[in-house]
Design a protein around this ligand. Structure first.
Ligand code: NDP
Length: 288
């Protein structure tokens, strides 16, 4: 519940408004997730989805906050624009050069944060009991999602982290940016031959078009786990690959989606919702 002091009296009867901006946004699960969180924590708020192409982002965000909006989530293709839009940023957002959560501050400024990385780590470590410390981790892809997850995973002290990407330079450059934070290198898919990993994370957008990066046989270590950041109502191409390669766990990104939302909800409302019932509900609605 918002505080209702003097300054806010003009809007004291209006409900706190939040939204997700993106393009396309029609199939976003975020409004549903945030409404479930609000119900569960008895918070009174409104959360909508708004179709916002990149060229309209700045004007749309300005209008949203001018009209009393309290916070925004930003998704594809707006995370870099949201990073530029924020007046100030958390350290993790600063590092990831992408912002998925904007929050109105008491002084009227807009704080930018990135909750994707912590959302993934929480899903892996807490929900699925996957240990990251001392393991060999491979991240496929070197786009915005990879950038957001590298630092939170390195914080878990893996033995080695490799970023592999179709455009090799992007992987090498991205790894170089994080050299000071842990044992990380970048390479192309061809360089993965004769290597083995305990955890393979797919952060390419290939799954969205039913495709799979070229992965050599034997890439996944015995008892290794696989996680696709993408998710769908059917198993993704990478989740199917994981099962064919006998992964101990073959997971997709629905849990990460719910966890990053919970972190955003906490930033906005100061209340941490329980994620398990929401993940279970969304999982029960799809046939995996
Ligand atoms: P970007 O567009 O920034 O990056 C896409 C990456 O995928 C690039 O590395 C690109 O390689 C690679 N790629 C695309 N197509 C192929 C292909 N056919 N074969 C091999 N590599 C390919 O996307 P994002 O980083 O923003 O998103 C990546 C994925 O993560 C998406 O599926 C998105 O849905 C998911 N995601 C999930 C979240 C969640 O909460 N579950 C949160 C954030 C993202 P190249 O550089 O060579 O073009």
């Amino acid at each position: 519940m918002g505080t209702m002091d003097g300054e806010k009296s003009a809007i004291m009867n209006s409900i706190d408004r939040y939204a997700v901006f993106g393009h396309p946004i029609k199939h976003s699960k975020s409004p549903r997730i945030h409404r479930l969180f609000a119900e569960q924590t008895r918070q009174s708020l409104e959360y909508s989805a708004q179709e916002v192409p990149a060229e309209q982002f700045s004007a749309a965000a300005k209008q949203f906050f001018a009209e009393g909006g309290k916070g925004l989530n930003c998704t594809v293709p707006l995370k870099e624009l949201a990073w530029n839009y924020a007046d100030h940023k958390t350290e993790r957002a600063q590092l990831s050069k992408a912002v998925n959560t904007l929050a109105l501050q008491p002084d009227g400024s807009i704080l930018g944060d990135n909750t994707d990385g912590i959302g993934l780590v929480t899903d892996l470590v807490v929900n699925h009991a996957i240990i990251l410390a001392g393991t060999r981790i491979l991240i496929l892809g070197a786009g915005g999602a990879s950038r957001g997850i590298i630092a939170p995973i390195l914080d878990q002290s893996p033995q080695a982290m490799v970023i592999a990407n179709r455009t090799v330079d992007k992987a090498v450059n991205l790894a170089a940016e994080f050299h000071g934070k842990g044992p990380i290198t970048g390479c192309g898919f061809d360089d993965l031959k004769n290597r083995q990993f305990d955890l393979i994370l797919n952060a390419t957008s290939a799954s969205l078009s039913g495709q799979l990066p070229p992965l050599p046989a034997g890439l996944l270590a015995e008892n290794g786990n696989c996680y696709d950041l993408a998710y769908g109502n059917e198993p993704t191409a990478f989740v199917r690959w994981a099962k064919e390669n006998h992964a101990a766990k073959s997971l997709d990104g629905l849990g990460m989606l719910v966890e990053q939302a919970a972190e955003a909800f906490f930033i906005w409302r100061g209340v941490r919702p329980k994620t398990r019932p929401v993940i279970e509900l969304l999982n029960s609605e799809r046939q995996l």
